[in-house]
Design a protein around this ligand. Structure first.
Ligand code: SF4
Length: 368
């Protein structure tokens, strides 16, 4: 239950504690003339204990909590719809403060439970095989809105469940919102007051903003590059915006320069589209393009969505493509789609018309 808060001079507590980075929290604590360690205590409450009420912070004195509550709040998301797939994938649709919605997906797979996180509402890029791309960009997410997806997913885990991996492959291009991405990863990996995640369990995916790859390296996370084509003509027709920013040659040069630690490798994602980029010649060109790069390749058979001109390749074509790439000694995996029935699979995130959403989702919808 939320306690009454004493009013600040404006009458409304105005500081969103979740919006403060560590420096901001230090400054807030200084304003109260509290010891510096109070900042760490408050941050631990926010991230490690997922507090939603300042009065839960029992290692602060009653007077301190009242003072803090007079100027600050913890506005955690209150509206979250959960759509459960028959394969147990769960799509969470969070409503943000301005009424926009953002989607995040929990994907169970054998020993893993992966959370796919969004960094933008919509996307500026216009990859033809992606539903998010049809929305255009509504806005960038702020660091706390990225974190909110993780905290909300943790709140809704079933007993015994634990998120094992986080992938920034949801709505939006993560490298187009680099500052917020960096700050969110700082909060995820901080061992003192954050979630204490190893960067090795975090993957950032890019559609190919080659010039920004160097900014990802210091974060120590895994990197996935969404390649999807083996010639510039093909890529320009599938991913016109990003291919206009960086050609295949520029992108692969940036990949070759990427300072990979000795035991790590890049991941190339390749969405297979029937009759478009799934032919034997495509597979052969793909092996040449990535030659010399320490990498693995994930093949993602296209996940269809309403209005898309593309089709999913046959199983036979998928396996033939994989075999050609494998013959060249490359590690290549077919990523089996999860959550297709709730439009939670790769490339399926985004707003749908109510009529389609109703058809696709109502039978399995749950609201929390
Ligand atoms: S695939 Fe990624 S970068 Fe391309 S439109 Fe979709 S969300 Fe944006």
């Amino acid at each position: 239950m939320r306690h009454e808060t004493a009013a600040c001079p404006t009458g409304i507590p105005s500081t969103n504690l979740l919006a403060l980075d560590e420096e901001g929290m230090n400054r807030l604590v200084q304003q109260f003339a509290w010891p510096r360690y109070r900042a760490g205590q408050i941050l631990r409450w926010l991230y490690q204990r997922r507090a939603n009420d300042i009065y839960q912070m029992t290692d602060l004195g009653q007077g301190e909590r009242t003072a803090l509550a007079s100027v600050a709040t913890i506005p955690r998301a209150t509206d979250c719809r959960v759509y459960c797939s028959i394969d147990h994938t769960r799509k969470l649709v969070l409503t943000l403060n301005d009424g926009l919605t953002v989607e995040t997906v929990l994907i169970p797979e054998e020993e893993r439970l992966t959370l796919c996180v969004s960094t933008q509402v919509g996307c500026t890029l216009d990859c033809g095989f992606c539903l998010t791309g049809t929305m255009g960009l509504k806005r960038n997410l702020k660091p706390h809105e990225i974190m909110e997806q993780v905290l909300t997913a943790q709140d809704r885990l079933e007993s015994g469940e634990r998120i094992t991996n986080i992938v920034f492959m949801g709505m939006g291009e993560p490298l187009a919102n680099m500052d917020a991405l960096t700050e969110a990863i700082r909060r995820l990996t901080n061992k003192s007051w954050g979630l204490g995640w190893s960067p090795r369990r975090i993957t950032v995916s890019t559609a190919g903003l080659a010039a920004r790859l160097k900014d990802v390296a210091p974060l120590g996370v895994n990197v996935a590059i969404s390649l999807n084509a083996t010639t510039d003509d093909q890529r320009a027709s599938l991913m016109p915006a990003v291919n206009g920013i960086a050609s295949l040659r520029t992108l692969l040069s940036a990949c070759r320069r990427y300072p990979l630690p000795p035991t790590r490798r890049l991941t190339f994602e390749y969405v297979l589209l029937a009759g478009v980029n799934d032919q034997p010649d495509d597979a052969r060109r793909l092996t040449k393009l990535v030659r010399g790069i320490r990498c693995k390749i994930n093949l993602i058979p296209f996940n269809e969505f309403p209005g898309s001109p593309f089709r999913r390749p046959s199983e036979c074509d998928i396996l033939a493509f994989q075999a050609i790439v494998r013959q060249k000694g490359l590690d290549v995996f077919v990523r089996r789609s999860r959550g297709r029935d709730v439009l939670g699979a790769c490339g399926q995130l985004g707003n749908l018309s109510p009529s389609y959403a109703g058809r696709a989702l109502t039978q399995i919808e749950a609201r929390c």
